[in-house]
Design a protein around this ligand. Structure first.
Ligand code: ADP
Ligand code: MG
Length: 659
C-alpha cells in the first residue's frame, strides 16, 4: 500500500468494469461498465434483486473472478497484471470470504477449517492452531473446536467461516449473503460480529437483498441489472483506526515452509482417502492385484528355478554323461557298439576325471511271484551311486567285487519296491526277483527322488554293468559313461577334453555329451525368460490399474470442485491444489502397492501351507521395484486429474459447488 496517500486513495477501485459470460446463444452481460471505489475501513452493503449481479461483483472484488473489460485496482495495483499465484496470495493475505452456504469442508473439524488459510500462507502448525482456537473462542465456539460442520448449527457454521475469514487477518471481509441461510437470531449475531470487525478497522463488504441487513452499513450500493443505480451514505464513516496487524508473521526457515505443504497434502490425502474408503479401496484394487501378481510371478519364477537347480544337483554335481550315437533319439544308437567298458577305464585315468562309471540299459520285465512290471534295467558300476548322489532307503549298494564277478545283485528303486513288494508283504532285501528270465537278488532299495525334475513313475533297477552285459544283453556295448569331473576342473573344459580323447580313440565322433552344467544354464535362462514374460504381463495389469486410478481421480476432482473452490478462495495456489491431488494419487498407489506386496507374501504362506509343489522365493529387489513402480504410476496417472483440478477457475469451482 502506498503510505503517502493511504488516507485519500481508495482501497478498491473499479473503473468501467464489465463482466460478460459467453454461453451457447451468445454473451450474457452481467455487469455493465461499473465504476466504484471503496475506502479502507468502510462498511458497505451491496443490495439488489436476485440475479442483478451482486455475487459476480463480489467475486471480482475478491479476485476470484476477473472483469471482461475495465480496470480493477487494489491499493493501486492493477489486478489484471497479476498472475494466478499472485492473485492467490492476494486472496490469502488481504481478503476473507464469508459465503451464504458457509462453504466449510465437511471432512475437517471447525478448527481444521479455520486453520486452512494459514496453511497456504505458510504458518507453522503450532501457531496456526493456537490462532484458530483463539479466533473460534472469540466467536463463542471454544467448545466446538473438534466438531465437524455437519455437527454444527447454521449459525455456528457461519461463525466458523467468519473465523476462517479472519485467520490471515484479512483487511477486507467479503460476505455474500452471510445471513441468507440463518434464522433471525443467528443472523443478528453474525451482523454484530461483522460490525465489530469493521470497528477494528477492517473493510467489510456485505452482499444482501435484505434492506434490514443493509441498514447496518453506513453505505448502501444498489445494483440493478448489472448497473449501480444508487450509492447512498447514512451517518458518518468511522475514522479508520490504524489497522494493527495481529496476524503472526511467517518467519520460519525456508525449508520448513517448503516442507509444510507436503505434510499438509499428505494429511489431506489421508483424510480424503478415509472419507471415501470404499472408493479408495476399489481404486487401489487394480494396483493391489497388479503388484501382487508381479511380486508373486517373480517369486514363483525364482522358486522354480532354485527347485530345478536343486533337482539337477541331485542328479550329481559336475558330471558329464557320454552317450553312444549322434544325439538323443538317434535311431542307430542302439546299434552303435563302439562305446565300451575300456573307454570308461581309459577315461578314469584322465587327470580331470574323478570317477568314470559305464552304464548300459535295457527295458525288461521284472517279476516276483505273480507280480510283474516293466522296468528300466541299468547296468552300472559301484561308483555310479556316489557320482549320482543316490541315497539308500535300506540294504546296501553292490561293490566292486560284484562288478568284477558279474554278480546278479540288484538295487531297486522305490517305484519297483511299491510295484512288487507292497502288497506281498515280503522283505525286499535278499529276495530273488526275475529280470526277464534271469534271477537276481535284491541287495538295496533307493530313496525316492524329491520333486518334479527326474522323478517319474518309471521303475528302475540297478545291476553291475558286467552282469547286464553278459547275462541280460549279451553285448559289450555301453549305453553311456557317466564321468564325475574333479571339483577344481571346469566342466566345459572337461567336456572338450573328453570329446578330443574319445574322438581320437574311436576314430570318429560317434558319441554325444550331456553336461549337467549346460542343463543348469539352460534351465536358468529358460526360467528367467519365462519370469520376464509373465512379469511383463503383470506390469500390463499394473498399467491398467493405473488407468483405473486416473479414472477415479478424475471423478474425484469433478466431485470435489467445491472443495477446490473453497481452498482457492482462502489462498491456495494452483500448485497447492496440484500437489494435493498428486499426493493423493501417489498415496493410493503406494498403499495399493504395499497391500499388494502383503498379498503376495500371504500367497507364499498359503502355498506352503497347502503343501503346493511350488515354492515362492521373494527378492527384496522385486518388492522394491513393485513399490517404486506403483508410486510412479501414481504420479503418471494422477498428474492429469491433478492438473485439471489445479487449472480450475476459482469462481467456477465455487459456483458449481453451490448447485
Ligand atoms: P446475484 O445478484 O443474485 O448474486 P449473480 O451475480 O449470481 O446474481 O448472477 C447474475 C447473473 O449472471 C445471473 O443472471 C446469472 O444467471 C448470470 N451468471 C452468473 N454466473 C454465470 C456464469 N458462469 N455463466 C453464465 N451466466 C452467469
Ligand atoms: Mg448471489
Amino acid at each position: 500500500m502506498n503510505d503517502a496517500d493511504a488516507g485519500t486513495a481508495p482501497l478498491i477501485a473499479l473503473e468501467g468494469v464489465t463482466r460478460a459470460y459467453t454461453s451457447g446463444e451468445g454473451t450474457v452481460t452481467v455487469l455493465r461498465s461499473l465504476d466504484l471505489s471503496i475506502m479502507a475501513g468502510e462498511m458497505v452493503a451491496i443490495v439488489g434483486a436476485s440475479g442483478s449481479g451482486k455475487s459476480t461483483l463480489m467475486n471480482i472484488l475478491g479476485c476470484l473472478d476477473r472483469p471482461s473489460e475495465g480496470r480493477y485496482r487494489i491499493a493501486g495495483r492493477d489486478v489484471a497484471q497479476l498472475t494466478a499465484d499472485e492473485r492467490a496470495s492476494l486472496r490469502s493475505a488481504h481478503f476473507g470470504f464469508i459465503f451464504q452456504r458457509y462453504n466449510l469442508l465437511a471432512e475437517l473439524t471447525a478448527l481444521g477449517n479455520v486453520e486452512m488459510p494459514a496453511i497456504y500462507a505458510g504458518l507453522s502448525p503450532g501457531t496456526r492452531r493456537a490462532r484458530a482456537a483463539a479466533l473460534l473462542g472469540r466467536l463463542g465456539m471454544a467448545s466446538r473446536l473438534a466438531h465437524r460442520p455437519g455437527q454444527l448449527s447454521g449459525g455456528q457454521q457461519q461463525r466458523v467461516s467468519i473465523a476462517r475469514a479472519l485467520m490471515n487477518d484479512a483487511e477486507v471481509i467479503l460476505a455474500d449473503e452471510p445471513t441468507g441461510a440463518l434464522d433471525r437470531h443467528s443472523g443478528e449475531e453474525v451482523l454484530r460480529i461483522l460490525d465489530e470487525l469493521n470497528a477494528e478497522g477492517r473493510t467489510v463488504i456485505i452482499v444482501t437483498h435484505d434492506m434490514n441487513v443493509a441498514a447496518r452499513a453506513r453505505r448502501i450500493i444498489e445494483i440493478d441489472d448489472g448497473r449501480i443505480v444508487d450509492d447512498r451514505r447514512s451517518g458518518a464513516d468511522r475514522a479508520p483506526p490504524p489497522a494493527a496487524s495481529t496476524a503472526p508473521a511467517a518467519t520460519r526457515p525456508g525449508w520448513r515452509r517448503k516442507l509444510d505443504p507436503f505434510r499438509e497434502a499428505f494429511r489431506m490425502a489421508l483424510m480424503s482417502m478415509n472419507a471415501h474408503r470404499l472408493r479408495t479401496g476399489l481404486t487401489m484394487l487394480g494396483i493391489v492385484i497388479g503388484v501382487a501378481s508381479v511380486v508373486c510371478v517373480v517369486a514363483l519364477g525364482e522358486g522354480s528355478r532354485q527347485r530345478v537347480l536343486a533337482n539337477i544337483s541331485e542328479l550329481g554335481t559336475n558330471t558329464i554323461e557320454i552317450f553312444a550315437g549322434k544325439d538323443f533319439g538317434d535311431t542307430r544308437s542302439g546299434k552303435i557298439t563302439t562305446l565300451v567298458a575300456a573307454d570308461a577305464e581309459q577315461l578314469a585315468r584322465q587327470p580331470y576325471v574323478a570317477a568314470a562309471t559305464p552304464t548300459v540299459s535295457t527295458q525288461s520285465t521284472v517279476r516276483l511271484g505273480a507280480k510283474e512290471a516293466s522296468a528300466l534295467v541299468n547296468g552300472v558300476s559301484e561308483r555310479y551311486f556316489a557320482a549320482k548322489g543316490t541315497k539308500l532307503a535300506r540294504g546296501s549298494f553292490f561293490n566292486a567285487a560284484s562288478v568284477t564277478s558279474r554278480a546278479l545283485d540288484v538295487v531297486i528303486d522305490e517305484n519297483t519296491r511299491k510295484a512288487l513288494f507292497d502288497t506281498a508283504g515280503v522283505e525286499p532285501i535278499g529276495t530273488v526277483v526275475l529280470i526277464g528270465t534271469v534271477p537276481a537278488r535284491v541287495v538295496g532299495v533307493t530313496q525316492p527322488q524329491q520333486g518334479g525334475f527326474g522323478s517319474s513313475q518309471n521303475l528302475s533297477l540297478y545291476l553291475p554293468y558286467t552282469a547286464v552285459q553278459t547275462r541280460i544283453l549279451g553285448s559289450t556295448a555301453l549305453r553311456s559313461i557317466t564321468l564325475k569331473i574333479r571339483d577344481d576342473v571346469d566342466s566345459a573344459y572337461a567336456a572338450q577334453e573328453v570329446t578330443r580323447f574319445l574322438t581320437q580313440r574311436h576314430g570318429s565322433k560317434d558319441f554325444f555329451i550331456l553336461n549337467t552344467d549346460d542343463i543348469r544354464r539352460t534351465i536358468t535362462s529358460t526360467t528367467q525368460t519365462m519370469t520376464l514374460l509373465i512379469a511383463a504381463i503383470a506390469v500390463i495389469s499394473l498399467v491398467v490399474g493405473g488407468i483405473g486410478v486416473m479414472n477415479i481421480m478424475l471423478v474425484s476432482v469433478s466431485e470435489r470442485v467445491g472443495e477446490i473452490g473453497v481452498r482457492m478462495a482462502v489462498g491456495a495456489r494452483p500448485v497447492d491444489i496440484l500437489q494435493q491431488f498428486l499426493t493423493e494419487a501417489v498415496m493410493v498407489c503406494l498403499l495399493g502397492g504395499a497391500v499388494g506386496v502383503g498379498l503376495a507374501l500371504a500367497c507364499g504362506v498359503a502355498f506352503s501351507l497347502a503343501g503346493s509343489p511350488f515354492t515362492l522365493i521373494y527378492s527384496s529387489g522385486s518388492i522394491l521395484i513393485a513399490l517404486t513402480c506403483s508410486s510412479f504410476i501414481g504420479v503418471a496417472f494422477g498428474y492429469l486429474p491433478a492438473r485439471n483440478a489445479a487449472r480450475l477457475d476459482p469462481v467456477t469451482a465455487l459456483t458449481n459447488s453451490r448447485q
